[in-house]
Design a protein around this ligand. Structure first.
Ligand SMILES: [Cu+2]
Length: 111
């Protein structure tokens, strides 16, 4: 029979293993577009549990948000140099936009 202690230890282990593969990505807002490692992107695939840091590299404000059911968020307006993080915990698609620059668009596929 399992003791309470071993159940707790098991849950902690599961949590550690589940999160071991979670990755951090940094997507820049640069020249009113989304950029990954210097290249403009409109699509990106990540894994459930991954975190994206949205970093503003433009000398003006951006306001990154999503109205997608899978992950609705609004990071608010933030200035050059600032970065805000979002964790994508469920699989599916998320459309990411900027409230200030309607031409900015990123389709995230979470696997
Ligand atoms: Cu913007």
């Amino acid at each position: 029979m399992l003791s309470k202690k071993s159940v707790v230890a098991g849950l902690v282990m599961m949590f550690v293993l589940t999160n071991a593969s979670a990755a951090d990505h940094t997507i820049m807002q640069n020249s009113k577009s989304f950029k990954l490692a210097g290249s403009q992107i409109e699509e990106m695939t990540i894994k459930a549990g991954d975190t994206i840091h949205f970093k503003n590299e433009d000398p003006f404000f951006h306001n990154i948000f999503s109205l997608s059911d899978l992950k609705t968020f609004d990071l608010g307006s933030y200035p050059a140099g600032e970065s805000k993080a979002v964790v994508f915990d469920a699989a599916g698609e998320v459309e990411v936009e900027c409230a200030i620059h309607p031409q900015m668009y990123l389709l995230l596929t979470v696997e």
